[in-house]
Design a protein around this ligand. Structure first.
Ligand SMILES: Cc1ncc(COP(=O)(O)O)c(C=O)c1O
Length: 391
């Protein structure tokens, strides 16, 4: 299967589009136009590549996890996005969108954040480029990701606590959209994942596909032939950025790992694809967690970055076509995998990334014997409170 782009209205098959208030229709169309122009401009690309290299520290290593490989009996590599400046893949996208915001002439940036990694990435690029920055964050997430709140403030951003609803990422996103509707004349909404109205899912994928492009090159240089790529899926940006350059290789199995929360017998999970149905959330049509009246349900994951009742539209398309397989792992499995990686490899992963690692045990059970690459989307410093509380 091969495809590259959504249609002119931003649909990947039946998913995507622009389900937005009237005031945002013209700004989103203008953004799509501006993005298309920037994407074709070699100067824009060059400036982004310079920042990815000299500011963010790319390329990130493709690391052979030898002791983890011995433990599972097959070869495992880690794509080390935890080593990107600020500690997660989120900076790749924040840099791209901030450069675009400046090109368009916006002076104020807003963002939503769950785990705080996208908030930190946005605060970082705003400090770097001298832009005003406001980050919306659920009050519950501010508590469980406190170190990232302190980082955003130190970087000069305002962090606005969202106390409505479940006080997590969904509510922070709704609040950011409200701000955008009011201030769209001078404000750029820097969305942190492949979600939201067109052109965001496309744009964020394009800014994140550097992960998969580097991986492809590193595999080719070193003669590594992967059979499986694994990534955790919240909104889906690290996964699509990692998978997209491999989609044309039908011999490479792509597996997205959703947050199974308290497990399959429980309603407390964040598995929008594998336990959800198609609906509309935050400006696009995709799989969501909803009741029969279309009311969005509360999501649950121990990991703030996966605690979201929706998923990017491109993943919904890839799920329906079967090109990418999606599975889930529980909170407990993710916690155990994080501990295992720390002890075996000296790397403390983000709780989000630990979900991808947790699926390695299933591969072993299934008798897998070849080569797998896991996207280690972020480092675990922000999660030390949660790790400590679940010892
Ligand atoms: C380290 C890390 N990995 C993964 C995610 C999930 O986001 P996405 O699915 O867009 O990659 C987050 C979100 O905050 C994160 O901080």
């Amino acid at each position: 299967m091969s495809y590259d782009y959504p249609d002119i209205n931003g649909f990947f098959g039946e998913y995507g589009g622009q389900f937005i208030p009237e005031t945002l229709v013209a700004p989103c169309q203008e953004l799509a136009r501006q993005y298309r122009t920037a994407a074709l401009d070699p100067g824009f690309h060059q400036e982004l590549m310079w920042h990815l290299h000299d500011f963010a520290g790319r390329p990130t290593p493709l690391y052979p996890a030898e002791r983890l490989s011995d433990r599972f009996g097959f070869q495992i590599f880690l794509k080390r996005e935890d080593l990107v400046h600020t500690g997660a893949h989120k900076l790749n996208n924040a840099l791209g969108q901030a450069l675009l915001a400046m090109r368009i002439g916006k002076t104020r940036v807003i963002a939503e954040t769950g785990a705080g990694q996208h908030g930190v990435a946005t605060a970082t690029v705003c400090a770097r480029f001298g832009l005003e920055c406001v980050v919306y964050m659920g009050a519950k997430d501010m508590e469980r990701q406190a170190p990232n709140v302190a980082r955003m403030k130190m970087l000069g951003s305002e962090v606005r606590a969202v106390t409505s609803g479940t006080q997590t990422l969904k509510d922070a996103t709704s609040e950011a959209i409200r701000d955008w509707v009011t201030n769209v004349h001078d404000t750029f909404y820097l969305i942190g994942s492949v979600v939201g109205p067109h052109p965001y899912p496309l744009m964020v994928r394009e800014f994140q596909k550097v992960i998969g492009e580097e991986t492809r090159e590193q595999c080719a240089d070193r003669g590594i032939v992967p059979q499986i790529l694994l990534a955790c899926v919240g909104g889906g940006s690290n996964a699509i950025g990692f998978f997209f350059p491999f989609i044309e290789f039908s011999g490479v199995q792509l597996i997205g790992v959703e947050a199974g929360g308290e497990g399959d017998g429980s309603p407390h999970h964040a598995a929008a694809l594998t336990r959800g149905t198609p609906g509309v959330l935050h400006g696009s049509r995709s799989y969501v967690l909803q009741n029969i009246d279309g009311q969005i349900l509360e999501a649950h994951s121990i990991s703030a970055g996966l605690d979201y009742p929706g998923i990017g539209p491109e993943h919904s398309f890839l799920f329906d076509t079967g090109r990418v397989s999606y599975v889930r792992v529980s909170d407990d499995q993710a916690l155990a995998s994080a501990r295992e990686l720390a002890k075996l490899e000296g790397i403390i992963p983000a709780l989000e990334s630990a979900h991808a690692l947790a699926h390695l045990a299933k591969l072993k059970q299934e008798g897998f014997t070849k080569t797998a690459i896991v996207c280690l989307s972020g480092r675990g410093d922000k999660d030390m409170g949660t790790y400590g509380a679940h010892n």
